[in-house]
Write a protein that binds this ligand. Structure first.
Ligand code: F6R
Length: 607
């Protein structure tokens, strides 16, 4: 998730304005920064890796001529956060510059094709194909706008982009597909940005660009068209009443709830991962002697869920291990035949890296799943996958958890294909279900948010919670427990439901809240038995069920319904969402700041 900005001013210098706008967008990405401006038929570009302030100290981002320009603050997706990979990216002759937020899925084929006809690429990014495609079209005599439109028809994936060319120095062209883009209309000029925050001090008049739309910005007006059939789109600016702080959170009161709402988009982005990397990692997993899934906290819970996925789909045994216990628990068993799949959102968790280092010294193969390109984990992994969730600002992991599970499910499915263990019909079924997850997640959020507020209000005084699930849902229960404990400070216990009667059930008395995670899978009948056990002891039953599950509904005091049918192995991705919201609203009810729980840091870099 990067930040983009562009401006065409009636007069004055664009660069200081771009710099200030990028500072306001820095929360979207902060590993490198860059600007391009046009003046007297010359393109000026400054960019480097590092935080905006640090880069500015060295190359002075304000000192660039011209009243038109674009800028970018980056959260790396393709290519490590080096200067060459920083945006803007240009064509061979540095006449066309592009800033982009999103992922171009077919960049690899296009790049090969362009290289074959002599284009020279300077970066490892997916974005760089765009200026080269535009260049190719303009060489054939197309004006900028047509060349951009033609280019957009060639690329697939997500984008919010802004393009300038010194052949047509009076305009910015911007376009959107699945990544946010908004135009600002001010007294001094016209702006485009990945969110309103960027131009809010300059104007509060905004025009939201929708998927499949392209806009041309000039200093005193803008025009919008649909990309596919080139229909003009009439849109008047709307007045935005947000403060800068609210705009950063896109109107949400906290980053955590904003990130919960971002899950459908993040899950969609996990479906755009390059096949090449998924296949490569699947091959390593298939050939591994013994596999350890190593992680901490929420990432460990994703590993726990993944161990069910690998077993169920690929008939592959894996050992999920808490990173800080890895050396003591499994250390002597690690050798050249071992494979470690380390999962870490930040890629910097000290416990996970210590486990990885230990295993590397014993010649084990290291695979990594992370959200952070260029992180320590990517540097020590033989193969790594970047899950593409964008920066997560709330301390509690939400969108990165569901995305991790989506990637792990895709991996399990690929291993299954390689091993030929499941039939093509089941593979197709799971594949199609994985594609439906973003929509189910979206409906789940809509259907359950008010309910989460209501349940939180009712249960806010409860001193302790119990979370139970069977099969893969026991991982969902673990994650739900972690969320409630860490942000609402409610001591909680999670168990596989079958294990609860081997001890923890002694805690249960009248009014004790027990949350059951109950997809309609093969554990359904048994979990009903577990619900009865708790009910008989006076527990308050809160369940997460599939829509229309009347049997469990009648046994529950409160229930959250998941609108949509998912196979058992994918159920945690949807079933966790109402419980993330419950944790969030419990924190709100208790007057706590869910974005900054006490004693916790986003990235735990000490052992
Ligand atoms: C919980 C949470 C932490 C992290 C853990 C691992 O909401 O955020 O438990 O999951 O510190 O972090 P990563 O995934 O960065 O290794």
């Amino acid at each position: 998730m990067c930040g983009i900005f562009g401006c065409v001013l009636k007069k004055g210098k664009a660069a200081p304005l771009i710099h200030a706008a990028l500072k306001r967008l820095e929360y979207r990405g902060y590993d490198s920064v860059g600007e391009a401006t046009l003046y007297n038929g010359v393109m000026y570009i400054k960019k480097d890796q590092g935080k905006i302030d640090d880069v500015h100290k060295i190359i002075n981002l304000d000192d660039m001529p011209g009243n038109i320009g674009i800028g970018h603050t980056r959260w790396a997706t393709h290519g490590a956060p080096y200067k060459e990979n920083a945006h803007p990216h240009t064509d061979c002759e540095s006449k066309i510059a592009v800033v982009h937020n999103g992922i171009i899925e077919n960049f690899f084929e296009i790049k090969e094709e362009l290289e074959a006809i002599g284009h020279e690429f300077k970066s490892k990014t997916d974005t760089e194909v765009i200026p080269h495609l535009v260049e190719e079209d303009m060489k054939r005599g197309m004006p900028l706008i047509e060349a951009v439109r033609d280019t957009l028809k060639r690329i697939s994936g997500s984008y919010a982009l802004a393009i300038i060319s010194n052949d047509e120095p009076d305009k910015i062209i911007c376009a959107r597909n699945d990544s946010p883009l908004v135009i600002g209309v001010g007294e001094e000029g016209v702006y485009c940005a990945s969110d309103i925050t960027a131009f809010l001090p300059l104007t509060n008049k905004a025009v939201i660009i929708e998927n499949g739309e392209l806009a041309v910005l000039k200093a005193d007006h803008y025009k919008i068209w649909t990309i596919s059939d080139w229909e003009p789109v009439k849109k008047e600016p709307e007045k935005v009443k947000w403060t800068i702080e609210m705009a950063e959170r896109q109107g949400y009161p906290h980053f955590m709830i904003k990130e919960i709402h971002e899950q459908p988009r993040c899950l969609r982005d996990t479906l755009r991962l390059q096949d090449m990397y998924l296949d490569l990692m699947a091959t390593f997993l298939d050939r591994a002697g013994e596999i350890f899934l190593v992680a901490a906290g929420t990432s460990y819970n994703a590993c726990l869920a993944a161990s069910y996925m690998f077993s169920e789909l690929a008939f592959l045994a894996t050992h999920p291990v808490i990173a800080s216990e890895f050396i003591e628990q499994q250390g002597m068993a690690v050798n050249i035949n071992s494979t470690i799949l380390a999962v870490s959102q930040s890629g910097e968790t000290a416990d996970t890296l210590a486990a990885v280092d230990y295993a590397r010294i014993r010649a084990a193969t290291i695979l990594g799943l992370t959200n952070t390109v260029g992180s320590s984990l990517t540097r020590v992994s033989r193969v790594y996958i970047v899950q593409q969730s964008g920066p997560e600002i709330g301390v509690a992991a939400t969108k990165t958890f569901t995305s991790q599970m989506s990637v792990l499910a895709q991996l399990a499915l690929r291993v299954a294909k390689i091993r030929g263990k499941v039939g093509h019909r089941q593979i197709e079924e799971i594949e199609s279900s994985i594609k439906q997850i973003p929509e189910i997640a979206e409906k789940t959020i809509k259907k359950n948010e008010l309910k989460a507020v209501e349940v939180a209000k009712k249960l806010k005084e409860k001193k302790v919670f119990f979370f139970l699930g069977r099969g893969i849902s026991s991982a969902t229960a673990q994650e739900a427990k972690l969320k409630l404990m860490e942000i609402a400070y409610v001591p909680s216990i999670a168990y596989p439901a079958g294990e609860s009667k081997h001890g923890p059930i002694s805690l249960v008395e009248r009014g004790f809240p027990v949350v059951f995670v109950c997809p309609k899978d093969r554990t359904h009948k048994t979990i009903i038995g577990n619900i009865m056990e708790m009910k008989a002891r006076g527990a308050i039953i809160i369940s997460v069920i599939e829509e229309g599950d009347e049997e469990i509904k009648t046994l529950s005091d409160e229930y959250f319904e998941i609108p949509g049918k998912l196979p058992e192995v994918l159920s945690p991705i949807a079933f966790i969402i109402p419980l993330q919201m419950l944790a969030y609203y419990m924190a709100i009810e208790k007057g706590l700041n869910p974005d900054k729980p006490r004693n916790l840091a986003k990235s735990v870099t000490v052992k």
